[in-house]
Design a protein around this ligand. Structure first.
Ligand code: 13P
Ligand code: SF4
Length: 343
């Protein structure tokens, strides 16, 4: 679906984007809008060739970026692997800063550029390295597990990194039966419940951060949809609260949710995660429909085609990911531990 050719036409772009209708004007594409976007997309494609750059795009970013200039689109685990494997000299990471940081940690010789001007994340911003150091003094026997939604400095203080696609399995595989999970409180509670469900006894402590998008969903929405659309499958992200997770038919990372819908015989879903996945569904699985609503992440949605062109043309110091060499070395050990435990 990604338009990989060197040059595209407005008709080709419109053909891919015409059915996307999420988030009001943010993600709706008339033919006229596609005519306006096409020259900019073609300029970015030429810049990518000139600079030997690849563009990694998270599923929550707008569809014009995903399908117009993206090389790879997916969840944070998939994109981390692509960042590690790429031969390109420059990585443009259309997502949020912690994902760009992770790309730099995994492939430090590359120039990593972050186009989004509001590149935070309510989880990554909820805890500092100093707070982790203090917690480690309080819980000296615990293995410190951090969600990938953390800064490089926080990763440097932790033992193992996880993503939403592997959090349960990795925490089970860690030989220690005492785990401190940070920063997501709701994912921490879901972890406790999942281990209990699988009959695994571990002491789990967790921090108090939340994702401002996912914490808004509640089980009431699910009960309402189950009454109105009894055939619909309910799918959610593990950053949602325990009532949402317990009442969902499937829980997973953004890529796992998309795969679930792809493989399901069902064609009606309530999806409790950011709207970006709804856009991908309209393009990639047009036979499937969504019921209910979704919400936007202001950080992911701050990525624009104009900013991608800007960072490829004249990146500022702010656009470049720079990590202190000692922090990078320690954060790399934490991220590498994820790949080891993930198998
Ligand atoms: P994924 O790893 O599922 O892409 O999640 C990242 C994220 O920020 C979800 O809010
Ligand atoms: Fe962070 Fe939530 Fe946005 Fe994901 S959706 S980037 S967790 S604020």
């Amino acid at each position: 679906m990604i338009l990989t050719q060197d040059k595209i036409t407005a008709d080709e772009l419109y053909d891919v984007l015409k059915d996307v209708k999420v988030g009001g004007q943010v993600c709706q594409y008339s033919h006229k809008k596609c005519e306006e976007l096409t020259p900019l997309i073609n300029e970015i494609k030429a810049l990518k060739r000139e600079k030997n750059a690849c563009v990694l795009v998270h599923s929550y970013v707008t569809p014009d970026i995903i399908y117009g200039v993206g090389d790879y689109v997916g969840d944070s685990y998939y994109l981390s692997k692509k960042a590690m494997e790429t031969d390109a000299e420059v990585i443009v990471f259309a997502a949020v800063r912690f994902m760009g940081d992770t790309a730099k940690i995994l492939n430090p010789d590359k120039e990593v550029l972050i186009p989004g001007l509001n590149d935070g994340c309510s989880l990554a911003d909820s805890i500092t390295a100093q707070q982790v150091r203090d917690l480690k003094k309080k819980y000296p026997d615990h293995t410190f597990v951090c969600y990938i939604n953390t800064t490089a400095e926080v990763k440097a203080e932790c033992d193992v990194c996880v993503t939403s696609s592997n959090v349960y399995d990795i925490c089970i595989n860690i030989p220690n039966d005492k785990i401190y999970f940070l920063p997501d409180k709701l994912m921490g509670i879901n972890l406790v419940n999942e281990l209990k469900k699988r009959g695994i006894k571990k002491e789990i402590q967790y921090y108090s951060g939340t994702c401002y998008v996912h914490e808004e969903y509640d089980a009431e929405q699910i009960f309402k949809i189950r009454t109105e659309y009894p055939e619909a499958k309910i799918i959610s992200h593990p950053e949602c609260n325990e009532a949402v997770v317990k009442n969902s038919d499937y829980v997973g990372s953004t890529s796992q949710l998309l795969n679930y819908m792809k493989e399901s015989d069902n064609d009606q879903f309530l999806m409790l995660t950011e709207c970006g996945l709804s856009g991908r569904l309209s393009v990639e699985l047009p036979g499937k429909t969504l019921v209910g609503s979704c919400t936007l992440c202001k950080y992911m949605k701050s990525n624009t085609l104009e900013d991608i062109k800007r960072v490829l043309t004249a990146p500022t110091e702010r656009d470049r990911v720079r990590i202190d060499p000692d922090v990078l070395k320690r954060a790399k050990a934490c991220v590498n531990a994820m790949f080891e435990y993930a198998g």
